[in-house]
Design a protein around this ligand. Structure first.
Ligand code: FES
Length: 155
């Protein structure tokens, strides 16, 4: 992916060229591209006189940052204990089957990234699925299809 250097310059300037705010800069870039392109890491680090390897360390340490392109929507299937007991493994399998993608993967159309997480803090709604910021409770294999359709229709 081509990164827009003027935009990167703006991001750096927005944080006052402050190297201690590298994470915030990376988060902004991640929001813009839905991942952190390698050339963006290199460009920002060089501009701020930070060793590029430090930039990579940060990019791989923080779960909110991704070095590979992510889908427009992130589906989190909770695999915490309560959700697990209420059938979360079957829910995850249904997403994998319907989206034709494995956990951690992104669909070919770049619409969804599928992830599993531990307790999302709403165990009464187990099994719980969170798509971006929205929660879906007591999910079963039928509602998996409905959730996917809801987001596909929104396109
Ligand atoms: S275990 Fe899934 S929300 Fe708590």
């Amino acid at each position: 992916m081509e990164t827009d250097r003027a935009k990167l310059d703006n991001t750096i300037a927005k944080y006052g060229n402050d190297r201690s705010l590298l994470l915030s800069m990376f988060q902004d870039i991640q929001r813009e591209y839905r991942y952190l392109p390698k050339e963006a890491i290199k460009y920002v680090c060089e501009k701020l006189n930070i060793p590029v390897v430090k930039g990579y360390e940060m990019a791989t340490f923080y779960k909110s940052l991704s070095l590979v392109p992510r889908g427009k929507h992130t589906i989190h299937v909770c695999m915490g204990t309560a959700c697990h007991l209420k059938g979360a493994p079957g829910v995850l399998e249904a997403f994998e089957r319907d989206l034709k993608v494995k956990r951690g993967g992104t669909t070919e159309d770049m619409l969804f990234t599928l992830e599993s997480v531990n307790c999302l803090g709403a165990c009464a709604l187990a099994p719980l699925v969170r798509v971006d910021e929205k929660d879906f409770g007591k999910v079963n294999q039928t509602s998996v299809k409905n959730i996917i359709d809801e987001y596909k229709r929104g396109e």
